[in-house]
Design a protein around this ligand. Structure first.
Ligand code: 7PM
Length: 274
């Protein structure tokens, strides 16, 4: 699965397994509901389900290893044994390792192997890795992000993290890259990264893009009073189509059915012949 077929981009459905997404009516997390939601994403056209138990939201409270494991492992286990390609969204090597044991095949590490033990886990297990760019840390990244040339700086960062990954023995075919839309970027930075996503695609590494429901979309469409999350679908689809045309190979999305249709329609146009 980390070796993607040419042609249509893969669709990665976002499954946040946190008590605010799936609760039992109280404060506890409900695994059965989360598993059902993951299976539904696959029915709606997801090729991969990205399971995450810790929020990367700016200012979000940190979650212990034990709590993160308690949330994600039953869900990874159930989805993987149902034949789903599971990606584990974590920055913690111990969570990544247990999730891979439970059947996850890709690690979505938004810190791009920052933890010194993460690369070894990826190498030893043979899992894939998505390397994402972030400027600063989740808590402070949106304070005052500045770049001389955002596209070139993101490219340079990703090349450096690719070098780290490959130096640790991770094969190049197991590596994806991601500009980290919204992670330490202004609206203008995010727009430029999408407009020039072909620069990242030209590295030859599969590019993943996550624009789904992000605040840049709400701000572009209504600068004085940003659109709320539930009003961002059309902007999300426009942005993901541009990303696809600029060579994105994996689209990360909440609204799987809509994202699938947008990908397939774009493919049909791009593949039309006389
Ligand atoms: C608040 C802010 C809540 C941001 C959720 C988010 C990406 C990711 C996320 C991405 C990869 C969201 C984000 N975004 N992983 N994790 N790429 N690889 O909207 O763009 O899901 S968290």
């Amino acid at each position: 699965m980390t070796e993607l077929p040419v042609g249509r981009p893969a669709l990665m459905g976002i499954l946040n397994v946190t008590p605010d997404s799936f609760s039992d009516g109280g404060v506890n997390f409900d695994a059965a509901d989360a598993i059902a939601a993951g299976l539904r994403m696959v029915e709606e056209g997801a090729d991969i389900v990205d399971v995450g138990g810790e929020s990367t939201r700016p200012g979000a409270e940190e979650v212990s290893v034990e709590e993160e494991l308690r949330r994600v492992i039953p869900v990874v286990q159930a989805l993987a044994s149902a034949g789903v390609n599971v990606s584990i969204d974590t920055m913690k090597p111990s969570v990544a390792l247990e999730a891979i044991d439970a059947g996850a095949v890709i690690v979505n590490d938004v810190t791009a192997l920052k933890h010194p033990e993460m690369a070894a886990v990826i190498h030893q297990t043979g899992a894939g890795i998505c390397l994402m760019h972030m400027l600063g840390e989740p808590k402070t990244m949106q304070a005052n992000p500045a770049y001389a040339d955002v596209v070139q700086e993101v490219l340079a960062f990703l090349k450096e993290r690719i070098w780290v990954a490959e130096s640790c023995g991770i094969p190049r075919k197991k590596i994806w890259i991601d500009p980290g839309f919204g992670f330490g970027k202004t609206v203008q930075h995010n727009l430029l990264l999408l407009k020039h996503l072909d620069v990242l695609a030209a590295t030859g590494y599969p590019v993943l893009i996550g624009v789904s429901r992000k605040s840049t979309i709400g701000r572009v469409l209504n600068p004085d009073d940003p659109l709320p999350v539930e009003e961002r679908l059309e902007g999300t689809l426009a942005a993901q189509v541009v990303a696809q045309m600029k060579g994105a190979r994996i689209i990360r999305a909440h609204d799987v059915k809509a994202a699938r249709r947008a990908i397939d329609m774009t493919c049909a146009i791009l593949e039309a012949e006389k």
